[in-house]
Design a protein around this ligand. Structure first.
Ligand SMILES: [Zn+2]
Ligand SMILES: [Zn+2]
Length: 317
């Protein structure tokens, strides 16, 4: 499976302010000079020598994730990232006319891109929506209604199908085995365990991870057991969790704990706060590094591959 992240932000799309951009550019230029480079010919070498997140940050768009195997695709959530995904398909894969979208829940950051998924307006395109929540059809229809949006649902050119899926029940969706599990989030929200050819992708956004042990999670532990790769909410810091308890978002500490208990080898941390600038996220990454060094031996996660997600990132499982 190849998993591409078209949007990894949480709550609201986020862009640096002009002042933050200026500060970021100043820092990059300072690093260029301090690295001993002088010529414009060195710019590309310098830029390529740094991680892309150092130069470009972590992205602006809210949740949209594409899971691909060969020519089979499914998509999770319709945050603002789905606009970029849809435009990419229109440009590079216009022959693809079947789209399978799994909905975790209907908070605004996970649906706001759907009216801008251009396939809705093209004849011959078919969009399949899958959700546990019974009101999925009502929610999607509501997005395409005036005065919220100028084109009504009845006038959309594509064909739309709604499919109900059940928690803890494995369903075949476009060649993938998909099982929903309940996440810790206000308003029903489901994580997805996606399996293909013996590989397991666990998607756990939005998730506060109040429950971590098998005893606490019960059947929901099935989301994490034997997962090769986990994508999980780490919007906040543990120190903030007294104030933000019940908001439905997790921390890197909880993500590391889950990887330790369920023996997960790779994790990507996501749902970055919209208020965080590039340097704010980098500060969080540095804190996570310190914490990881502190606990990795005792938690037996020394070999865990972990990072903070960025828009456009692709991971192979
Ligand atoms: Zn969210
Ligand atoms: Zn949410």
């Amino acid at each position: 499976m190849k998993i591409k992240y078209w949007g990894v932000r949480g709550s609201l799309p986020a862009a640096n302010s002009l002042e933050q951009n200026k500060e970021h550019i100043q820092n990059i230029l300072k690093r260029f000079v301090n690295s001993g480079y002088k010529s414009v010919d060195d710019i590309e070498t310098f830029l390529n020598s740094k991680p892309i997140t150092d130069i470009c940050g972590y992205g602006q768009n809210t949740t949209c994730v594409q899971v691909r195997y060969g020519s089979d695709h499914i998509v999770i959530d319709g945050g603002s990232g789905i606009k970029v995904y849809g435009e990419h398909l229109m440009k590079h894969h216009p022959e693809r006319n079947q789209h399978h979208i799994l909905m975790t829940h209907f908070h605004f950051d996970h649906i706001m891109g759907l009216p801008f998924f251009p396939q809705h307006f093209v004849q011959g395109q078919e969009i399949h929506y899958y959700a546990v929540q019974a009101d999925c059809e009502k929610m999607i229809r509501g997005l395409f209604s005036r005065p919220l949006f100028p084109m009504s649902y009845e006038h959309l050119a594509c064909k739309i199908h709604f499919h109900s899926i059940q928690p803890y029940e494995k369903t075949q969706i476009n060649g993938f085995d998909v099982t929903p599990y309940k996440l810790d989030h206000p308003d029903a929200c489901y994580g997805f365990r996606i399996e293909k050819k013996g590989k397991v992708y666990a998607h756990a956004v939005d998730h506060e991870a109040d429950r971590i042990s098998e005893a606490e999670l019960g059947r929901d532990a099935g989301l994490f057991k034997g997962a090769d790769f986990l994508y999980i909410d780490a919007q906040y810091r543990e120190a903030e969790m007294t104030e933000k308890k019940g908001w439905g978002h997790g921390t890197f500490d909880r993500a590391f704990e889950i990887c330790s208990i369920y023996n997960i080898k790779q994790v990507l941390l996501a749902h970055h706060d919209p208020g965080f600038s590039i340097s704010d996220i980098q500060a969080l990454v540095d804190e996570a590094k310190i914490q990881f060094e502190k606990i990795s031996q005792s938690k037996k996660i020394e070999n865990l591959k972990w990072n903070f997600a960025y828009d456009g990132q692709t991971v192979e499982v």
